[in-house]
Write a protein that binds this ligand. Structure first.
Ligand code: ADP
Length: 463
């Protein structure tokens, strides 16, 4: 029976004036429920609220998904972690842009209020130290415009875990821009890389240990010409020739299964040019220098081993004044502090694990007699050279570098004669057991403009 039929049956059986409740359809609610639903204001309000809630949720979800979809379609992101070289390049690039003005600026910068300072600190063997600061974008969001495109930079720091090797927190940089500008990421990163390289090209980069890793210290330095370090005849050439021969024999070492490493010891009195020569040689071979201070606090055997096995490519490891570091096999610094590097740990680190990686170590000392023979044995030190106080011909060459060809009132022949006089003086003093360091001579020539005066007053320099 359909509902219309039922309706007609019900109506026909009732008295004509009595209003009859109308029941529609076989599944219709009983009348008490209809009354409850229809009349109960609480239910109506609750239903309305629920409907609104559901509607809002659907809308919100929709908006969220819409935003995500829109973001996917319209935005691109690029992620860099601080394990990657690009991370440092990009931060340096950002810092560089912030300093630029007008035409030289590749990106217009929205001044960031959230900066981080990066400090590099170097303690030199003469006790002096220096620090270099760089202000970079700190954690948080930063915005800039690069070639007409807006970009967001988000720097995030992971607070719950740190890198096992360096002890530094993990960091991520996320660059976001519009999809259509995705190609700009490439340009931007190339620019950041070129900036980093341009800073280093033709320069000497000195790295220092930073926790468990090597980091460039300060700005790359101008290379010092090898010829500007005046050593006794043939000495510099001998080391240079040896290093070049070593570098050309990688395959030879590999074929014989010999660890590809070479150790040099430059010994001699202070101020004779040991450090200057190593730096100049590194520069001439386009190598960097990794400066390792054995007396550094916090340096222990395992850390030393790690640092020595993980140097940046093409770099010399330089350890200065090794005699002071290991006096009587106990490592002490001037203030009596004993670092945790043991002598055997040091020897192990020098021997290293057999690896195909090339390693060139330079050690310097003012007192070779204080060194333990175990340190100087071949394999650890393959070539040991004396870099001495000024020999007569060295003094003459240094004198000529300062005074020959300069615009002074003294005729050239007289300058030559003065040079010979100085050389003779150095020889006479040498025979009498008195010497002068090249550093002292250099300082004297810098202070004295007149060559005649320089020779006359040089007597006081001998010790
Ligand atoms: P060392 O490492 O032997 O103590 P350095 O290389 O630190 O000596 O030299 C100290 C200073 O003296 C530097 O400024 C360097 O230019 C100068 N000097 C020392 N020896 C020489 C040399 N043989 N030729 C030119 N300059 C020298």
């Amino acid at each position: 029976m359909d509902s219309t039929a039922l309706h007609s049956v019900a109506s026909s059986s009732a008295a004509p004036n009595t209003p009859t409740p109308v029941v529609v359809g076989i599944d219709a609610k009983p009348s008490w429920l209809a009354g409850f639903v229809g009349d109960n204001p609480y239910f109506q309000a609750g239903f309305g609220l629920m409907a609104m809630g559901v509607g809002a949720t659907i809308l919100r979800q929709g908006a969220k998904q819409g935003a995500v979809a829109l973001q996917r379609r319209m935005l691109v992101t690029l992620e860099m972690t601080n394990k990657d070289m690009a991370y440092e390049w990009f931060l340096a690039w950002m810092a560089h842009q912030a300093k630029q003005t007008g035409q030289t600026r590749a990106a217009s910068w929205v001044k960031s209020h959230n900066l981080s300072v990066e400090t590099a600190f170097e303690q030199r063997k003469n006790g002096s130290s220096s620090a270099a600061f760089r202000l970079v974008a700190g954690p948080g969001n930063h915005y800039f415009k690069y070639r007409g495109a807006w970009m967001q930079v988000k720097r995030q720091r992971e607070t719950r875990s740190v890198q096992a090797v360096t002890g530094k927190p993990w960091e991520t940089l996320t660059l976001t821009t519009l999809s259509r500008d995705r190609n700009l990421f490439n340009d931007l990163l190339s620019e950041a890389r070129d900036l980093a390289m341009q800073d280093q090209q033709g320069k000497l980069v000195v790295h220092t240990a930073w926790g468990m890793e090597w980091r460039p210290f300060g700005k790359p330095r101008d290379k010092r010409p090898l010829k500007s370090v005046v050593l006794a005849n043939g000495v510099g050439e001998k080391v240079e020739k040896d290093a070049k021969a070593f570098l050309s024999r990688k395959q030879w070492y590999a074929d014989r299964g010999i660890p590809y490493r070479r150790g040099y010891l430059l010994h001699g009195p202070p101020g004779s040019g040991k450090t200057s020569f190593i730096q100049a040689l590194a520069g001439s071979l386009s190598y960097d220098i990794c400066l390792l201070n054995l007396s550094e606090r916090g340096l222990a055997d395992d850390k030393l081993m790690h640092l020595m096995s993980n140097t940046p490519e093409r770099s010399f490891i330089l350890m200065e004044d090794v005699d002071a570091a290991f006096n009587k096999r106990v490592q002490t610094s001037e203030d009596g502090y004993q670092s945790s590097v043991t002598f055997s740990g040091f020897l192990n680190a020098l021997d290293g694990v057999a690896s195909g990686e090339e390693r060139i170590v330079f050690l310097t000392t003012n007192h070779i007699e204080k060194l333990d023979p175990a340190l100087i044995r071949p394999g650890r030190v393959d070539l040991s050279v004396l870099i001495d106080d000024a020999h007569p011909e060295q003094a003459l060459r240094l004198f000529e570098k300062f005074y020959v060809g300069r615009e002074i009132d003294i005729p050239a022949v007289d300058v030559d004669r003065l040079g010979q006089t100085l050389a003779q003086l150095v020889q006479t003093e040498w025979d009498a057991g008195r010497r002068v360091s090249m550093a002292a001579l250099q300082g004297h020539f810098i202070r004295t403009e007149n060559p005649a005066e320089a020779v006359e007053t040089s007597q006081t320099l001998f010790k």
